[in-house]
Write a protein that binds this ligand. Sequence first.
Ligand code: HEM
Length: 269
Amino acid sequence: MNDIVKHERPDPVPASALTGQTPYSAWMRTDALHSLQHPVSDHPGEHAWITSVQVSELYWMLIIKEIQIAQAQLRADDLTQACRTLQRVVAHHEPLNATWRSIAWMTPTDLLSILSRAVATYGKDTALQGWTYRHMVYLLGIKQAEHLQHFTPQPQRWDQLNKALAEPSLYDDVLACLHRNGFPVPAAVLDRDFSVPYVPSKAVEQVWRDVYADQNDNLGLQQLGETLADIAEGFSAWKHLHLMATRRTLRAARLLRHRRRRLAAPDHG
Ligand code: HEM
């Protein structure tokens, strides 16, 4: 287990925390959990929006922790346990991606009436300010340093993300593991600057071809390759669902606004 994983383990619950609680509510922190939704509009769907985003936040953090565990297992060359951990990441994408169903009812007008109240209450926001998602994608190897700028108002999060940016991604640990297993991963790939995006390498592609060359050989590494592909599919599905939701709401709302403006223009024919 690496340091981060150890640090994330909470201290034992003090006896005082159990007063007035059932073991279930003490363990699941239900009082705290259900006090975290604060709608800003009177739109009846805002609670669904907040819940859907908060559930996604929880899953992104869960995926971060799982990837960190898998990285520690890969560094210890425990391929079997690393694959088991990463298969949980594959599984977590199912409920994460299903959260889109909870807000599938949303029309452009619904979205704008909620977002306009959020802007009026908290100021103009963007999902690019979400540090959990950013940490997860840095671990997945999407090293877009330009997104750090959104966290200057949150120095602790900026530090956390800057560290994650500079450290090996999951795939960097996989490549190091392949190298330790005797595959010729080039030194330039292993010793690269981890804060910049990975550049595809013909030599690494050949390594994967060699891993898969015999279906009865390198079974652990083949399983690892398949699990990484499953994670990529789960993540791409989230991106696709996000794009579709954005097209149906924000883009449609912009077109609607543009059309209204054109109709209102005095020279509109
Ligand atoms: C249907 C409603 C939604 C619309 C119209 C929308 C719109 C957008 C837009 C335009 C961006 C690009 C960045 C920006 O201009 O701010 C973005 C990014 C993002 N949104 Fe949404 N979004 C929606 C729902 C959601 C939900 C429900 C979540 C979370 C569960 C979410 C999470 C994100 C994240 C994490 C990014 C950054 C993506 C990346 O950098 O890869 N969005 N969204």
